[in-house]
Design a protein around this ligand. Structure first.
Ligand code: AMP
Length: 289
């Protein structure tokens, strides 16, 4: 695996590959890699594409300075993991390589910027689109792979691609979970063994919601019952502070109500455990892991 720290060096290597017809797949990450990221890398290269992974802890998408400070950065380990997963190129820039001193950015994300993650992390998706647009511009990949763990982010990136009319195929990757169901996240390492156990409630409640969705399909319960039930459970879960739990239409993320057609729905939640913010989601009425 080749490691590039500057845009210029990366671009010149990629130009050579593109000139002989090589397809490029990009996997943007913030590092502290786990099996979820490595699945993205494997998926990126499955048709012989050159896989470029970026590791960049992007300051503009952190609305909480403490979270940015505490974000894990185990770079030597990340490099080994990427090599073992078959990554071809790592782009590892410093902040100054990506941002000039003063930069303005605003993309009209409409409703997506105001709900769920957008509502609870003001400015987050502006920061995400700002850095992803820069990475797309530097790498100019044929495709980009993003995980569905960050479902709303996936939709925001699709909107970026549409608005800027970029010739990039956005490829979704399923959520990778620990054996006990906890969605893998770089932030999980900040949980104590006790907190980690408490965090399992997220997956438990999502699964229960998915199971109870069968009753909604049979007309025995309303969607709103499921939402209120999940909220009540999460509110009384020890060590857990609930931020949101919503059932939404999958392709728009509009909040579902009792009149919403019972297909293509997703339950999404965000909670805090031991000062760590965790998110998860599950598509209802499908076989989820
Ligand atoms: P991050 O490093 O957290 O910014 O994530 C980089 C990419 O990995 C994003 O596209 C995430 O959606 C994806 N990702 C993170 N965790 C998981 C997971 N558990 N399963 C699948 N994809 C994930």
């Amino acid at each position: 695996m080749e490691v590039f720290k500057t845009k210029a060096a990366l671009k010149s290597a990629l130009d050579k590959l593109k000139s002989v017809g090589q397809q490029i797949a990009l996997v943007p990450t913030m590092g502290a890699l786990h099996e979820g990221h490595l699945e993205l890398v494997r998926q990126a290269g499955q048709h012989g594409e050159t896989v470029v992974c970026s590791i960049f802890v992007n300051p503009t998408q952190f609305n909480d300075p403490e979270d940015l400070k505490k974000y894990p950065r185990p770079i030597e380990r990340d490099i080994q993991l990427l090599e073992s997963a078959g990554c071809d190129i790592l782009f590892l820039p410093e902040v100054e390589e990506i941002y000039a001193e003063q930069e303005e950015w605003h993309l009209d994300l409409g409703y997506l910027d105001e709900i769920l993650e957008g509502q609870h992390r003001p400015g987050h998706f502006q920061g995400v689109t700002q850095v992803v647009y820069k990475l797309f511009d530097i790498v100019q990949p044929h495709k980009a792979i993003f995980g569905l763990k960050d479902l709303q982010q996936f939709m925001v990136v699709q909107q970026l691609i549409d608005l800027k009319q970029l010739p990039i195929a956005l490829i979704p990757a399923s959520i990778v979970r620990e054996k006990d169901g906890l969605a893998m996240s770089s932030r999980n390492v900040r949980l104590s063994p006790e907190g980690r156990k408490q965090a399992l409630v997220l997956h438990r409640i999502l699964q229960a919601t998915m199971a109870d969705f069968q009753q909604v399909l049979k007309g025995e319960k309303y969607l709103e019952d499921l939402r209120l039930q999940a909220i009540a459970q999460l509110e009384k879960a020890p060590g857990v502070q609930l931020e949101y739990f919503e059932i939404c239409e999958l392709y728009t993320l509009k909040k579902a109500d009792n009149n919403t057609p019972l297909k293509n729905l997703v339950a999404l939640t965000a909670v805090w455990v031991e000062g760590v913010r965790l998110i998860d989601n599950m598509i209802l009425g499908q076989t989820n892991p």
